[in-house]
Design a protein around this ligand. Structure first.
Ligand SMILES: [Zn+2]
Length: 321
C-alpha cells in the first residue's frame, strides 16, 4: 500500500514555459531583422560566458537592456560579439548579445549592474522566472557561438548568418547549426524504493537522480539502461518518459525518465559517483520537503531531478502502466 505525502504545491521547473515567438521565418530576412533591431521597443539579454548581466533593482533585477545599452557594455570593438534574434514578444523584439568574458569580469565592478552566473540567478530568484526560458535559449546559443568561430570541416573562420541561428564557412561552404546535447536523467525504481546517487561536487547531504549523455546510435531508453548499468551496476527493464528541461550548461536538453529495476544489488562506479543507494518512499519524501532527520536533501526544485522524484512519490505504482 502506497502512503500519500503532503509535498506542497508543485514548484516551477526552471527554464520552462517560454512564451516568445521565435519567428524563425524572419531569420533569413535581413531587412526585417534590421528593422526589428532598430525598433525602439527592442531589448536584449547580455551574456558574458557563464555570466549574465543584470541591471540592479530593489528585490529582483532587470535582465533586459536596450541594444544601445548592451553595445556600451563592451569596452572595445572585439568585446561585443555575436547577436542573436531570440524572437518576438508582445512587448517588442528580443535579442541576446555576447559580451566578451574579460569585459564581463570588468563589469562586476559597476555599481548599477549585477554580473552573476545563471544558476545562481535562477535558484536564488534574482530575476523573475518568466525571463528564464529566454536566458536558457540565449546562453545555449551564444555558448555554441563561442565554441564554433572556426569551421569544424576546414578550420577557416565562420560568419554568423540567419539572425544568429547558423554559421557559414566562406571557404568550404559548410553550414553549421547550433546544437543541443541530449542528456538522460532518470530515477531507478523498485517498488517502494528508489535509487539516488551522489556526485562528489554535490553539496553536503544532497542526493539526486543518475544522468548521462545520450551516445550516437542509441535510443533514449537504451541510454537510460546503459547509464544505470555503468554507474550503479543495475539492470533495468521498462523505461517511461516523464518530461524534459532545457539545461544551458552549456547547451543540453535533460530528458527525464523513470526506469524499472530488474536487479537490486548495487555496484557503484566510483569514478562517476561518490555513492549510490536505495531510499524508501518516506525517506525520499522527507528529503524532498527538507524534513529529513539527518539533513539529507534532494535536488533543488528548479532542476528536473526534483520533479522526477516527486512524480514517483505521487504516482504510487502506476508509472509504467
Ligand atoms: Zn569550412
Amino acid at each position: 500500500m502506497t502512503a500519500s505525502f503532503d509535498l506542497g504545491p508543485r514548484p516551477y521547473l526552471g527554464y520552462t514555459g517560454g512564451v516568445l515567438n521565435r519567428a524563425a521565418e524572419l531569420r533569413s530576412d535581413t531587412a526585417a531583422l534590421s528593422a526589428l533591431a532598430t525598433d525602439p521597443r527592442a531589448r536584449t539579454l547580455a551574456i558574458a560566458g557563464e555570466f549574465v548581466c543584470l541591471q540592479k533593482g530593489e528585490h529582483r533585477h532587470e535582465p533586459w537592456f536596450t541594444l544601445a545599452q548592451a553595445a556600451a557594455l563592451g569596452t572595445g570593438p572585439d568585446q561585443t560579439r555575436e547577436q542573436v534574434f531570440l524572437g518576438r514578444h508582445d512587448a517588442g523584439p528580443l535579442f541576446a548579445v555576447a559580451i566578451d568574458p574579460a569585459a564581463g569580469e570588468a563589469l562586476k565592478n559597476r555599481g548599477d549592474l549585477l554580473v552573476t552566473d545563471l544558476r545562481s540567478a535562477a535558484m536564488r530568484g534574482l530575476v523573475a522566472r518568466e525571463h528564464l526560458p529566454a536566458f536558457a535559449q540565449a546562453k545555449a546559443v551564444l555558448g555554441w557561438h563561442g565554441r564554433h568561430r572556426f569551421c569544424s570541416n576546414c578550420g577557416a573562420p565562420t560568419v554568423v548568418v540567419q539572425g544568429g541561428w547558423r554559421r557559414d564557412c566562406p571557404a568550404c561552404e559548410a553550414q553549421h547549426f547550433p546544437r543541443t546535447d541530449p542528456v538522460v536523467i532518470m530515477l531507478v525504481v523498485d517498488g517502494d524504493q528508489c535509487l539516488l546517487g551522489r556526485q562528489p561536487r554535490f553539496g553536503k547531504g544532497m542526493w539526486s537522480c543518475l544522468a548521462g549523455f545520450v551516445e550516437p546510435g542509441e535510443t533514449v531508453e537504451e541510454a537510460v539502461r546503459r547509464e544505470i548499468l555503468e554507474e550503479a551496476g543495475l539492470v533495468c527493464g521498462r523505461v517511461a518518459y516523464f518530461a524534459s528541461q532545457p539545461w544551458p550548461f552549456p547547451m543540453s536538453l535533460m530528458i527525464g525518465c523513470h526506469a524499472e529495476a530488474l536487479t537490486t544489488e548495487i555496484n557503484v562506479d566510483r569514478t562517476e559517483l561518490e555513492d549510490a543507494r536505495w531510499f524508501a518512499r518516506d525517506e525520499v519524501a522527507a528529503m524532498l520537503t527538507r524534513r529529513h532527520p539527518d539533513g539529507l536533501t534532494a535536488t533543488h526544485p528548479y532542476a528536473i531531478a526534483h520533479h522526477i522524484i516527486r512524480a514517483w512519490l505521487e504516482a504510487g505504482g502506476g508509472l509504467f502502466a
